[in-house]
Design a binder for this molecule. Sequence first.
Ligand code: BGC
Length: 460
Amino acid sequence: MTLDTSASPRGAIVRVAALAGLGGLLFGYDTGVISGAAQFIADEFDLGNQALEIVVSAVLAGAILGALLAGRLSGAIGRRRTILLAAVLFAIGALGSAAAPSAELLIGARVVLGIAIGVTSLAVPLYISESAPAANRGALVTLFQLAVTVGILVATLVDEAFSEVNEGWRWMLGLAIVPAVLLFAGMLKAPPSPRWLVSKGRVGEAAEVLGRYTPPERVDELIGEIREDLSGSEGGTLRDLFAPALRSVLIIGVAMAIIQQITGINTVIYYDVNIFERAGIVDASDAILAAVVVAGTNVLATLIAIRYIDRVGRRRLLIVGMSGMIVGLVALGFTFALPSGEDTAAALSLLALVVYVVSFAFSLGPVVWVLISEIYPTAVRGPAMSVATMANWGANLLVALTFLTLLDELGEAETFWLYAGVTLLSLIFVILKVPETKGKTLEEIAADLGTSGEVDRPDG
Ligand code: BGC
């Protein structure tokens, strides 16, 4: 492993990243937990399919709003305080959904949770990326994605543990209060992002934060580079994003954020039990076991990215992983063409799904969050990430709302082949457009991409 958590300077930054990563745990838990809770909620409040869909997707709609707010907020009050605010919203949302006396209040509480998730999905990668040394930035931001996957796994297990308990769904939704409190307590002591400090003219404090894990002779130099990158820009607003020099990186970030979703990962994460049933795994406990296998695989394969993202680079992980996703999706489609009800067909479907999930977990899963936290210059990083992150949640919502219909209208095999085709086109986009950012400081990346200090100079 390239990361060590001893008392070394590097240990300090790993601890900060791991703490902020707790935000990822909440993101994963709160998006994952509903699949096991939904049926109980429908029974409790006597909800039809449509009402239940609103309960489920309220979180995704909230996340779009959260992503919109977080860009400006993280500039105005700082990245660290934005995460603190998200922790408070997570706690309110968790308690509110656990205690909800009606479906309406439950939907309200889930919108609040969604806002917290949207804010977190922007502010945590942003905070870690700006705080991390260039050589480990990829691995440290990937800790966030690792936490997302752990959150999904824990949610799967908690759903299972409380499925027999009276009103167990309230526990499923309410337990998220625990990591929310830990996130808040941890971030209270964490230092602000050094790049945000420089953008506010608080250079002395920035030097102090950077000095904790940067060799002293490098601190002044780095501050100089950050100031250079920020020069000529004031604030950074959504309008600045359309400066010619920024347009193409804006498009790359937004496209990658959308690609992460339209290649289908959440059809598996949100609907795996449904897929297993269609693949012939009818026994409920087998379906749950299969769901745990998928969630566990997702966690383990993310470790591959932590190990390799700063060594082989972002592009290569993407290219290898997306190729594996295509193989998994094509194979998954074929397993549905086999005679149903056979154990081999069900086992092969699970195997194909595992190939797909492993390949996602070391490529599009982490690399997208890493890329969108590093390809924009500091002056507009918040607003630019806002646009990309909103696109990510919007595409997530679109896939969640259309997947079951696609299965019914097109058929299982054809639906997965459609996702395979989309992944192939996305892979071509990656090969042609995505820059390699491994090992460079954020300022070097901006210089390479020609975006440094370009923000307030619309003539480029
Ligand atoms: C994606 C989520 C997805 C998760 C699965 C994240 O990177 O943004 O939509 O559920 O990975 O591990």
